[in-house]
Write a protein that binds this ligand. Sequence first.
Ligand code: NAD
Length: 490
Amino acid sequence: MATPENKLAFDGGWEYDPAPESTDHVNIKKRYGLFINGEFVAPEKGKYFDTVNPATEEKICRVAEGTEADIDKAVKAAREAYQTSWGRMKPAERGKYIYRIARIMQERAREFSVIESLDGGKPIRESRDVDIPLAAAHFFYYAGWADKLEYAFPGRKAKSLGVAGQVIPWNFPLLMAAWKIAPAIACGNTVVLKPAETTPLTALKLAEVIADAGLPPGVVNIVTGAGAAGAAVVQHPDVDKVAFTGSTNVGRSIQKALAGTNKKYTLELGGKAANIIFADAAIDQAVEGIVNGIFFNQGHVCCAGSRLLVQESVADEVIAKLKDRMETLIVGDPLDKNTDIGAINSLMQLEKVQSYLKIGKAEGAEMHQSSCRVPKKGYWCRPTIFTGVSQSNRVVQEEIFGPVLAIQTFRREDEAIIKANNTPYGLSGGVWTDKGSKIFKMTQDMRAGVVWANTFNKFDPTSPFGGYKESGVGREGGLHGLDAYVKLGA
Ligand code: NAD
């Protein structure tokens, strides 16, 4: 809701009128249980935690804290559904259920968008135009594959794996749930999914949709809780496949726990993408792409363009234009349709981002932030750039996951490639140039799972996504996303 503190005023003397999205159509219960075997049930230990609106610091509602016993119940329900209903169902029938989920999500898109912004702090424009439509698109896309697996893997027989244990982060809560659930159930598996503790609400709403779509009980189970609940999901002995999206540190601990087991796994982890601007690029478009890549969605994007490599001859021009554009970005109420940058997802994340601002300054970098006012309550960070950084600086090497951009320069292509590849990550990257040949050369040499050319952060259910090096193992999305949920026989 726009309040006087939330309302953004420019010192330049002009301001947008508030344009808040209505919340009247949103129905949030006071308390949510765990979604197990087709119904919401109380957690075994009776514990609940608050989920908080990061833009106001106010409690939205309470959510069940799942423990090992609850997760065991959920895995048993998933196994039972796999053996008695879903695993035996004709693939075309499974597809119909998944289409139904997609259609109900579309019908309830406004409600999903508002809840995503309330719970996670992201601007409504982003939830409304990106997260929710893309989540529905993933269900549509994988519904189509349910009865066509023999075309996905010609000459091979694709068999489902069994029960998939899935753990997701807070930056794209519903979209990540869709990335995980849609291919898993399209291939005939059943699911236990654990959403992030700071953004459980849209996954719980998705549970309502799944119930409305009439899926047999136990096909999709959604258990809320923190890291311990996630660990219980991935370590459960009756889980056949683990799909994790989150930080590299947790991914590493999961990989260790899975070593020596028979479980198939995919890990989608952190990133530190470089956006590379050549002197021949369309500079205004490139600046807009940089802004989109790091500042929108508060930099809470695994593939965010958190590093900028700009060719020396245009560096002053690019940085000046970037600073001008930063001044026009609106930071504030996520539910306001004018907002560009919403709230940082949690106090913990805000403290992490702030600690990196201190680290950058202590490392000798020059910090520049936009001069906009931010609301008094809530968790906020102005768009920030660091210049004068070197390759070894922590703000260049480490994932900050906030609206913070580290800027370096280069003279030659090979220097840009060396710098772009010189971090432990390899999730994504961007190239901005007028020359097609340069795009081919750069995209071949950059060690990153996705490289965008003259655009950034574009997603589609048909394209695979995943990282090199410490950014993860395996691919999600597209045809490749099916591979992770089947075993192939002759
Ligand atoms: P996180 O690793 O702290 O948490 C992710 C999820 O794992 C949460 O649900 C959490 O409760 C759970 N978890 C925590 N400890 C666990 C454990 N020991 N075992 C099992 N589960 C555990 O990450 P985050 O802070 O929620 O998310 C941000 C991170 O996610 C960033 O590093 C970002 O780059 C990454 N991310 C990657 C992708 C991708 O596709 N590669 C997409 C989105 C986010």
